[in-house]
Design a protein around this ligand. Structure first.
Ligand code: PMP
Length: 466
């Protein structure tokens, strides 16, 4: 949609009325927003006409790239055909049914049942409700504790934000569920807790697994319902677990009849080279997978909780008191969103985008390491097209920059001036580009970040901060 408003009018209306997510209201009141008005392929353009290489795929989601005509046609066709009718009870729609079957085909093992939501947070809430419901029906009414991790991000609805483990996301948040939501350590090779600094990768996995098992024992195995984890923590700063971690945590879940919820909102739909990463990349079969974002490449909001036959058999069985779910969103299985997701998957398959990710992803991870000669390079980490570059005040001791320095935001500003959008998270620069990125664009990203870091170091030196 284009309006007849001038860039200035748009800026003003936005500043006066649009409450932006995760935004500092003080700086916002002074600066307002950059209005993005066009997007095509790997690029976005603002109302001043300046174009940028989008190295964060909107927000980890525009996996097939911006502005695909085919997507617009599919969406328009579905709107003209049948834009909405409710999915409650016994009515359904064609794209919703076909997509559910497709997701069951793509998801690992017996994950064959799909509950649609409007995004990731609502899918997390849905999964938690299902887990509790499952245990109520099994007569395990006390089995309600959820174990999450520090630095995890699971969304912004009330329960999802309580499950989230990033402290910065929880200011003035009422801890409505402290009696049944717990956090254990993040699986984070770079910032290990005291006592784990010098452990080998295998020993660190064991250390984290022991912490998990001890927490279960402390809470009582009959009280613990589920463990929830992102395969690679995204919003926490692209934190990568030590080898074997997810398998070890899964084995403990199985030992104590605890469900494993894999939050694949970021890692599904190609970012790690497969439709879902849990099984193919991390060798582990979850009981529930949460997906959103890349499922429709952000063309239309959509999310889903995909659950196992094992759970479904219990919750759908009238003999045990199951048989009906008293929950549902007006837009569960929205036909336009499901049609967009089906087209998105078709494009990924037709263009062999997953194979492309398997080639260009390792190239990105390798090329970013060429920046390690820079004095403030701490570590680069990630997998395929999910990358975090952490900046440190001292690269031999890995001493962090004080948060007041806002190191990643400074680099972000220099990148933006040079026509590149990255995402600052704490002291880390996050990259999650559309999956269609070329090697030449990877080179462009790496050289622009090099230049931006050099300019940042000059600024810091001028301010006496380096
Ligand atoms: N889980 C993870 C791992 C996420 O990264 C996000 C969003 N960044 C969410 C859940 C929440 O998804 P949404 O913003 O679509 O509600």
């Amino acid at each position: 949609m284009t309006t007849n408003y001038s860039a200035e009018q748009l800026w003003q209306m936005d500043k006066d009325h649009f409450i932006h997510p995760y935004t500092d209201f003080t700086t916002f009141a002074e600066e307002g927003s950059q209005v993005i008005s066009q997007a095509d392929g790997m690029h976005i353009t603002d109302t001043t006409g300046k174009s940028y290489l989008d190295a964060i795929a909107g927000l980890w989601c525009v996996n097939i790239g911006h502005g695909r005509k085919e997507m617009a046609e599919t969406i328009s066709e579905q709107v003209l055909n049948m834009q909405y009718y409710n999915p409650f009870g016994h009515s359904t729609n064609e794209p919703g049914s076909v997509l559910a079957a497709k997701l069951a085909e793509l998801a690992p093992g017996d994950l064959n049942k799909v509950f649609y939501t409007c995004g990731g947070s609502t899918a997390v809430d849905t999964a938690i409700r299902l887990v509790h419901y499952y245990n109520n029906i099994r007569g395990k009414n006390n089995k309600k504790q959820i174990i999450s991790r520090n630095n995890a991000y699971h969304g912004s609805t009330y329960v999802a934000s309580n499950i989230t483990g990033i402290h910065g996301c929880k200011s003035n948040l009422d801890r409505i569920a402290d009696s049944w939501i717990n956090h254990i350590s993040a699986a984070d090779m770079f910032h290990r807790p005291k006592g784990a600094e010098n452990l080998s990768e295998a020993e660190y996995t064991q250390f984290l697994a022991d912490e998990f098992e001890n927490r279960i024992v402390q809470l009582g195995e009959n009280n613990v319902a589920a463990f929830i984890a992102e395969p690679i923590m995204g919003a926490g700063g692209v934190l990568v677990a030590p080898a074997g971690y997810h398998q070890a945590m899964h084995a403990i879940c199985q030992k104590y009849d605890i469900l494993y919820i894999a939050d694949e909102v970021v890692t599904s739909f190609g970012r790690l080279g497969d439709f879902f990463a849990s099984k193919s990349v991390f060798g582990m079969q979850p009981d529930i997978i949460i997906t959103a974002k890349g499922i429709s490449s952000g063309y239309i909001p959509l999310g889903a909780a995909i659950i196992s036959d094992r759970i479904w058999d219990v919750v759908s069985d009238p003999k045990t008191g199951g048989g009906a779910l008293t929950m549902g969103y007006t837009y569960s299985g929205h036909p336009v969103a499901c049609a967009a997701a089906l087209k998105n998957i078709e494009i990924m398959e037709r263009e062999n985008i997953l194979d492309h990710v398997k080639e260009v992803g390792p190239y990105l991870q390798e090329q970013i390491k060429t920046l390690s000669d820079l004095a403030i390079f701490g570590e680069s980490r990630g997998s395929h097209l999910m990358l975090g570059l952490e900046l440190v005040a001292n690269s031999s001791t890995n001493e962090p920059f004080p948060s007041e320095v806002g190191i990643a935001s400074r680099v972000f500003e220099h990148c933006r001036n040079a026509g590149l959008i990255v995402r600052p998270v704490g002291n880390t620069i996050v990259l999650s580009p559309p999956l269609i990125i070329s090697k030449a664009q990877v080179d462009q990203i790496v050289s622009t970040i090099r230049e931006a870091i050099n300019l940042t170091m000059l600024d810091l030196a001028n301010e006496g901060l380096l």
